[in-house]
Write a protein that binds this ligand. Sequence first.
Ligand SMILES: Cc1ncc(COP(=O)(O)O)c(C=O)c1O
Length: 397
Amino acid sequence: MLATAIDKIQGSPISAIFDQATRLRAEGHDLIDFSVGEPDFDTPEHICDAGIKAIRQGITRYTAVDGTNDLKAAIVRKFKADNNLDYNLAEIVISAGAKPLLATAIQAVINPGDQVIIATPAWPSHIGMVQVCSGKPVIVPTTHEDGFKLSAAALKAAITSKTRMLLLCSPSNPTGAVYSAQALAELADVLRAHPNILIISDDLYEHIVFDDNRFATLAAVAPDLRDRILTVNGVSKAYAMTGWRIGYAGGPKWWVDGMRKIASQINGGPSSISQAASIAALDGPQGFLKTWCETYRKRRDIALEGLAKIDGLKILKPEGAFYLMPHCGGLLGRKRPDGRTIKTSSGLASYLLDAGVVIVPGAGFFCDPYFRMSIATSEANIVEGIRRMTTACNALK
Ligand SMILES: Cc1ncc(COP(=O)(O)O)c(C=O)c1O
């Protein structure tokens, strides 16, 4: 029998959709996949070359469990240059992706029953990780009307004597909301009155920010709170390195030490080869990040224009990341050509799957009736996928 905490949680719904789409494709179905959560670009050549060089040089052995000093030094430089954050090597921890790093960070500080405030729509794993540790996610719903952002007032109202953590994600997966420095400063004002609350800032999509929006991170906006903030980042989304598996964080030494302790028991060090490649990513040319961001922006605009023509959808312009989160309430209650009624975003997702389009229903992000669409795919795919969605949605009565 499974442990109680594990028995209660669900596997990641995004992984489930990914697996289903992979199976259908293997069976020969022609699918446009809007479920993917990774850049469709290749890892840049100079980064691959650094990985190959590491193999050739025999950098193929275990490293320290929390990463090499060389990569930590590159991360210290990155935090200073991009975020104006000062960390020393002892305040940096590296892991095999931001996902296990976040899990370890939560595990290090959450006792059973501790409350963790998470705004929804949320990345499912943020919630699942808290549940794995027998913590209690306290969900604060946001909608497209409030820009999918947690307000200072909503944060204040959600805090109880059991609140131990606030988990922030900006730019957000799944909504694309970007917290301005001002919005973060307002949250910091609330947090100042509650010294027991730790904060994780998940900054994975830092480099994908559109229009006049500017990326900001809490530890830089509120340096006085620095000793209770863990700033999490990684190379996956920024440098198209999802398969290389490197995530990292900067934070107070006591917290980082706790994470190191857990990692020393349950993980080996992250891949030596991927760490060498990540140094090339962080220290190398950064110009292509702007070009990629512009490509995502163009795709976002094409998708927004197409989706706006589908009766029954409402959509907020994402400020960053590579996702759209349409509200599909207007389609619920309509009948499919086979007579079945669309009752939830999951029903819509399964109908659209039959029409050759993969989306992720809102239930996975603790919000309905919304669904998530990734634009990390070509313009041609976006146009064709939205054409299929339009035909399918117009056929609903
Ligand atoms: C918000 C967010 N944080 C963390 C991760 C994990 O990234 P990594 O590939 O580094 O494990 C993801 C991946 O989808 C994500 O969307």
